[in-house]
Design a protein around this ligand. Structure first.
Ligand code: ADP
Length: 163
């Protein structure tokens, strides 16, 4: 049976931290579906379509990786795909409280779905999309944190242009 895992997130924008988790997860699973979630509660810099386009470009050619988008409860998406695993990344202790709450809420909603946490390389353990946006808006060089085309998209966004 094919082992399928779902990696949901906002990806606003995708970073080398996300990509590190994606690469690690592809070793463990036959298929990894990255789901760019549209969360109306969360204000994002990039639109849903832009976030999706950047993720697609970042994983192009990676074996066993699919990209999709979804608006709604992640557990519903997981069931729809007949999968039972959610992948999340854990960086610092500061991630723990939120991730713990979400994993247990999802378990209550759907007991057969397990959340698996993966740690990135320490080089990315402090990296977040939020930090990238803050540093980027101040003109920092971001080449060690995000792929070149994401950096370009960020610069265009700060200049008030499209992707
Ligand atoms: P969300 O809004 O769902 O937290 P994010 O795009 O911020 O969406 O993150 C998606 C997942 O990737 C989360 O589990 C987050 O902890 C993880 N993640 C984000 N950045 C990193 C990183 N640098 N290293 C490892 N995991 C990360």
């Amino acid at each position: 049976m094919e082992r399928i895992a779902i990696y949901p997130g906002t990806f606003d924008p995708i970073t080398y931290g996300h990509l590190d988790i994606i690469k690690r997860a592809t070793i463990l699973f036959d298929k990894l579906i990255i789901v760019v979630v549209k969360n109306p509660q969360k204000e994002t810099l990039f639109s849903w379509e832009e976030r999706l386009a950047l993720v697609k470009k970042a994983v192009k050619g990676m074996k066993g990786v699919e990209v999709d988008s979804f608006s709604g409860l992640v557990v519903d998406y997981v069931k729809r795909k007949k999968a039972n695993i959610i992948i999340r990344g854990l960086r610092m202790i500061s991630d723990f409280e939120y991730e713990f709450q979400m994993a247990l809420t999802n378990r209550r909603l759907s007991p057969s779905i397990e959340t698996i946490f993966m740690m990135p390389s320490e080089a990315y353990s402090y990296l977040s999309s939020k930090l990238i946006k803050e540093a980027g808006s101040l003109g920092a060089k971001l080449s060690s944190f995000i792929p070149p085309f994401v950096e370009k998209a960020l610069r265009r966004k700060f200049a008030g242009k499209g992707l």
